[in-house]
Design a protein around this ligand. Sequence first.
Ligand SMILES: Cc1cc2nc3c(=O)[nH]c(=O)nc-3n(C[C@H](O)[C@H](O)[C@H](O)COP(=O)(O)O)c2cc1C
Ligand SMILES: O=C(O)C(=O)c1ccccc1
Length: 393
Amino acid sequence: MYSNFQNDIYAKGMLGGVRPAYPTEFDGWHEAAHQKLTPEAYGYIAGSAGLETTAHANRAAFARWEIIPRMLRDTSKRDTSVEILGKRWDAPIALAPIGVMTIAHEEGEVAVARGASRRGVPMIASTAAAKPMEEIAAALHDTSGNETSGRGWYQLYWSSDRDVALSFVRRAEAAGFEAIVVTVDTWQLAWRPRDLVQAFLPFLRGEGVANFLSDPVFQSRLEKSPQEDPEAAIRLWGSIFGNPALTFDDIAWLREQTSLPILVKGIQHPDDATACIDAGADGVVVSNHGGRQVDGARASLDCLPDIVSAIGGSTILFDSGVRCGADIMKALALGADAVLIGRPMVYGLALGGAEGVEHVLQCLQADFELNMVLSGIGNVADIDRTCLVRADD
Ligand SMILES: Cc1cc2nc3c(=O)[nH]c(=O)nc-3n(C[C@H](O)[C@H](O)[C@H](O)COP(=O)(O)O)c2cc1C
Ligand SMILES: O=C(O)C(=O)c1ccccc1
């Protein structure tokens, strides 16, 4: 039971005089990480596009839904597990793909993988990770110590060099990643004032390009090795990173190339969701990239119900603005199968590496379970629209 964590905290405090090493909710993680991070890294992580209207809308949308807890329902048996693409997850939570995590902590995605596997939470490894995917997979599957083997998916930023994109998919298959998440909303970075004013882009320092530099097809495009001529390698990366020409036909093409499940991340319109499924995708991630791409875009939570109506039955994951257990419950009530945790995880990483990630996940798991059972629901499958009302009703 995740909620034992609550008892542990009180017992350590009351019997041993020890308080938790880190804060236990989002604002605390955010504030503490702000103190630790360089101004550039903090701006990059916390920042969003334009006036950050959409980033704020993501949170406001959660506040417009309210849970009505029900009483006197037997919740003595509780089950937070869900089945996603034929596999059992202990909780409806996975880690969102986040690039360049060495700006938050020197061990970057390797620390994230360790924290995630300790909590049994699947991790989606980003194409823009600061570590090659094989290193992340090794950390996920490392069962030394008391860790159980973790579960990983691979997030694909589809290079305009299709052979490089396909090489990434082959490497992901070989490394044991269990699904491909194609992110389609970020083939170019949006107007991000916090980064612009500091003239900061992690890639230009070589972070976030590890998967490219270590790729045999990418290397074959260079005259000299990345070690011999790092500048030329970064230039090539810049010219092929994003692919503005992608269409649904490319999703259909990818479907023919791999037997791994495919999810498309960054979907906000129900017709796009339908087109993804028609092209052979197994599901979508409803997301506006945490408000980091189209400023003025609709809150991600408000996009969810129409997409559920359009492609219900396919796998529907959700992100953008998930901060606490109640948010997870609301997203599930509106039809998501599971949620992805983005910034809360990055702040945990900044605070304490693998231990910080583990702590944040443990807090979210306990908070979610307690929120669910105290609302009178013993089983995730029973979280549905009837748990919620609109705040203005
Ligand atoms: C610092 C940072 C880096 C990100 N890098 C990626 C990435 O490499 N690939 C990707 O698909 N999404 C990336 N995202 C988006 C997340 O996967 C996710 O959609 C977003 O963080 C959700 O919003 P939230 O963190 O506000 O909840 C990134 C987000 C942040 C904050
Ligand atoms: O910053 C981001 O949101 C993001 O998705 C990204 C894109 C390219 C490289 C690294 C991260």
